[in-house]
Design a protein around this ligand. Structure first.
Ligand code: ZN
Length: 150
């Protein structure tokens, strides 16, 4: 089996969405069956957020890895926003994300550049990790996009 080329990008992206949907389904079922229990506190900052207006818990379920749907982190919404690329949750716009490159948070952009410079991950792995396409990563790394981010 050969490594996927950039032509497979759309397939990868579609795959990733399927993964994500599946993970969410599995998690919902696990919660309904009591396999996963939603805690009251955020696992990251330890805050106890007040429930949302619709009565649902304000603690959100974060999947660090969609291929492992039962491995979840329970986060308050500020922490969740901080760890998740904007595009994944369709959250409102942030500075620098009001155009076609609007899939990454500024934090993510600066992390990607650092990771790439250290030679830890190549374009493909970064793209997968951040849920964006390879050309987006290239633009970020080459500094042609997101030039306002240090
Ligand atoms: Zn938190």
């Amino acid at each position: 089996m050969t490594a996927p080329t950039e032509l497979d990008e759309h397939a990868l992206e579609a795959n990733w969405k399927r993964f994500q949907d599946r993970a969410r389904r599995v998690t919902r079922t696990a919660i309904n069956r009591g396999i996963l229990v939603r805690p009251c506190r955020c696992q990251k900052c330890g805050k106890l957020p007040s429930p949302r207006k619709d009565g649902k818990s304000a603690i959100q379920c974060h999947h660090p890895d969609y291929s492992d749907p039962l491995h979840v982190e329970w986060l308050c919404s500020p922490c969740h926003r901080a760890v998740t690329p904007v595009s994944r949750h369709g959250l409102g716009s942030m500075p620098g994300s009001s155009n076609s490159q609007a899939k990454l948070t500024e934090q993510a952009v600066s992390d990607i550049r650092k990771t790439y410079e250290q030679g830890v991950n190549g374009y493909r792995r970064l793209a997968r990790q951040y849920g964006v396409s390879i050309p987006v990563i290239k633009r970020v790394v080459n500094g042609r996009g997101w030039t306002h981010v240090e």
